[in-house]
Design a protein around this ligand. Structure first.
Ligand SMILES: *[C@@H]1O[C@H](CO)[C@@H](O)[C@H](O)[C@H]1NC(C)=O
Ligand SMILES: *[C@@H]1O[C@H](CO)[C@@H](O)[C@H](O)[C@H]1NC(C)=O
Ligand SMILES: *[C@@H]1O[C@H](CO)[C@@H](O)[C@H](O)[C@H]1NC(C)=O
Ligand SMILES: *[C@@H]1O[C@H](CO)[C@@H](O)[C@H](O)[C@H]1NC(C)=O
Length: 200
């Protein structure tokens, strides 16, 4: 074989080896210390973030586990949802970080457009909120009550570098393209087409 032919063969073999692993989701191999299981999971398109979820249509409850690595050690991760549309208004965020001894902590915030986040209660029911820190990633767990017969819900996610020790507030995240693109629809019902990379 010529050098070129061997090179072409090598490249095709590599392509064959790579493609199956690219199709598989990373989230499918993620486990939780609390051994919780979810019906569905998606590798989110930015910020090395993952969403595991179970949607129970009979009582319109959405149980989620959001997995991400903070942008720096001691940083925060956040998952937010807006059951009323795609605007920031009415968006409710869950922000988790580890405290000094490594214990995870999670708080709820209400997002106000052009104003920021304020610690606060969701305008819809959310319960079973907890956080876990394992394998270098933080995990946020929660169950949300959605309006009945909802098929798609708008979600946002973010990672940040730290917590202000005085105020306890999350420090500003980066404004790189990945930080600005970290939102999208979560389809609660299957569309009929199989998509092995998830449905975000
Ligand atoms: C969904 O919710 C209904 C009503 O609360 C409950 O009876 C049912 O067991 C739930 N389904 C699953 C899979 O948890
Ligand atoms: C609905 O069902 C889920 C799953 O079975 C359960 O965890 C949740 O408590 C139920 N929610 C309501 C509002 O009844
Ligand atoms: C933390 O908050 C205090 C009070 O608002 C502020 O003075 C300080 O600059 C903040 N620190 C950081 C690192 O942002
Ligand atoms: C979630 O998983 C269940 C069980 O495997 C499946 O029937 C359903 O279609 C999945 N939902 C989505 C939105 O992919």
């Amino acid at each position: 074989m010529t050098f070129l032919a061997r090179l072409v063969l090598l490249i095709s073999l590599l392509a064959l080896r790579i493609s199956p692993s690219q199709l598989a989701t990373i989230c499918a191999s993620q486990k939780f210390k609390n051994n919780k299981l979810y019906a569905n999971c998606t590798d989110l398109p930015t910020l090395n973030s993952y969403l595991h979820w179970t949607y129970n249509a009979s009582n319109s409850s959405l149980t989620v586990a959001f997995v991400a690595g903070p942008s720096k050690s001691g940083g925060w991760i956040a998952w937010a949802i807006n059951p009323f549309g795609t605007k920031m208004r009415n968006t409710q965020a869950l922000v988790a970080h580890t405290v000094d001894d490594g214990t995870p902590s999670v708080k709820t915030y209400v997002i106000f457009p052009h104003f920021g986040m304020v610690p606060g209660k969701f305008s819809f029911d959310i319960w079973d909120i907890s956080a876990e820190f394992s394998d270098g990633t933080l995990k946020i767990f929660a169950t949300v009550k959605l309006p009945e017969k909802m098929e798609t819900v708008h979600q946002l996610w973010q990672v940040g570098p730290g917590i202000n020790k005085t105020t306890g507030f999350p420090l500003k995240h980066d404004f790189l393209p990945a930080n600005l693109a970290s939102q999208g629809p979560l389809s609660l019902v299957a569309t009929g087409t199989t998509n092995t990379r998830g449905n975000v």
